[in-house]
Design a protein around this ligand. Structure first.
Ligand SMILES: Nc1ncnc2c1ncn2[C@@H]1O[C@H](COP(=O)(O)OP(=O)(O)OP(=O)(O)O)[C@@H](O)[C@H]1O
Ligand SMILES: [Mg+2]
Length: 351
């Protein structure tokens, strides 16, 4: 058998820099977000003059540079100064006050968290950060289960800037009044890119990630057009990668239209996020949807309860809305004789 002969003999790879096709990759330049980045920087600047910073709620649909722009700004800040503590936390990963507080300790270099209560850790964090000032970024903040950590930061950290990032502007309404009135965030909306912006961002990414002349113009155009329609750079990057894999499978040295087409066929399978990142209760809801795809939301909730689900109907609805926004499930509004209802369907992907 010569299963691997082709691959080994060809000694070829189309991809020059694999990491540039990872979603976490923060490119050296981030075009079309200069204004937003400038604004974020303005909110942090007072901290460098021993004054208090400003808080922001950054919102907008998926895959349009909210995380990338923010990471870019804090990376720039860290290159300029060591004076501030800069904390970045993804709330998909750290979704409770305790987990967040432990992670803050980790990021400020405090290691002795074992057997300590949350309130002890609060004091430790305040002691360390209040010697100076802190920038706190809570990405995907709508995934947190409780807001005590916010209250703590607002009350006990004197000089700070807090950035909250979410897909849902309405998330702010869920916040407790005592937090809202202390936070008083300004809102920054990230709007979706237009087609020519998507083209230039993906072109740039192709130059970083691939060897020269690997991409056929027509193939690239197809991918970029689709990413523009979806309005999501992440899906564009996914398509670039899938096209390259298709070309490599054919042992081709160039990425042709047929590769782009085969990648486009897979886009329905594409979930924006990795389901492994979901917290347990959400995974459980996702499983119930998967086993009961196409049901009305009320019936699905009954099934969820039957299988041991404990959340209220409102929370259940909210979790489903998040799953919909992140393309794990589809919610379809339906008007029937009995009034309006929502049908919940799983996406094609087998997560
Ligand atoms: N202006 C840009 N230039 C270069 N790359 C970009 C730009 N905007 C977004 N990207 C890339 O697109 C991908 C998605 O961006 P990002 O992760 O920032 O999305 P997001 O708005 O935070 O989405 P979500 O709400 O789903 O978290 C990343 O790989 C990022 O590097
Ligand atoms: Mg993000």
């Amino acid at each position: 058998m010569a299963l691997f002969k082709d691959i080994l003999a060809a000694d070829q790879t189309l991809i020059k820099n694999e990491s540039a096709l990872e979603y976490e990759f923060v490119p050296k330049i981030l075009p079309h977000r200069e204004k937003e980045q400038q604004y974020l920087a303005t909110c942090i600047k007072p901290l460098l003059q021993q004054r208090n910073g400003r808080n922001l709620l950054i919102h907008g649909p998926p895959g349009i540079g909210k995380t990338a722009a923010t990471k870019w700004v804090i990376r720039d800040l860290e290159e300029e100064t060591d004076e501030l503590y800069v904390i970045y936390i993804n709330c998909w990963q750290y979704n409770s006050t305790y987990k967040i507080v432990c992670e803050i300790c980790n990021q400020i270099g405090y290691k002795f968290i074992q057997n300590k209560k949350t309130t002890d850790l609060y004091d430790i964090i305040a002691n360390i950060i209040n010697k100076n000032a802190g920038v706190f970024v809570f990405d995907e903040v709508d995934k947190v289960e409780d807001f005590d950590f916010l209250y703590f930061l607002l009350e006990k950290i004197y000089k700070k800037t807090i950035f909250l990032i979410t897909n849902f502007k309405s998330w702010l309404l869920e916040l407790d009044e005592r937090i809202k009135s202390r936070l008083t965030p300004e809102l920054v909306e990230f709007k979706a890119y237009n087609q020519s912006e998507v083209d230039s961002i993906l072109k740039e990414r192709v130059e970083t990630a691939f060897f020269e002349k690997v991409w056929k113009t027509e193939a690239f155009k197809k991918i970029s057009k689709r990413a523009g329609e979806i309005g999501d750079i992440r899906s564009g990057i996914y398509l670039l990668k899938q096209s390259a894999l298709s070309a490599e499978d054919r042992s081709s040295k160039t990425i042709e239209v047929e590769d782009a087409e085969s990648a486009l066929k897979k886009i329905d399978d594409f979930t924006i996020k990795n389901s492994a990142d979901l917290e347990d209760e959400t995974k459980f809801i996702l499983k119930v949807v998967k086993d009961n795809s196409g049901k009305k939301i009320g019936d699905l909730f009954k099934q969820y309860q039957k299988e041991g689900g404990k959340m209220s109907y409102k929370t259940f609805q909210r979790k489903l809305a998040h799953l919909d926004q992140n393309k794990f499930v589809t919610l379809k509004k339906q008007t029937g004789a009995g009034g309006n209802t929502t049908i919940v369907e799983k996406k094609l992907t087998d997560f």
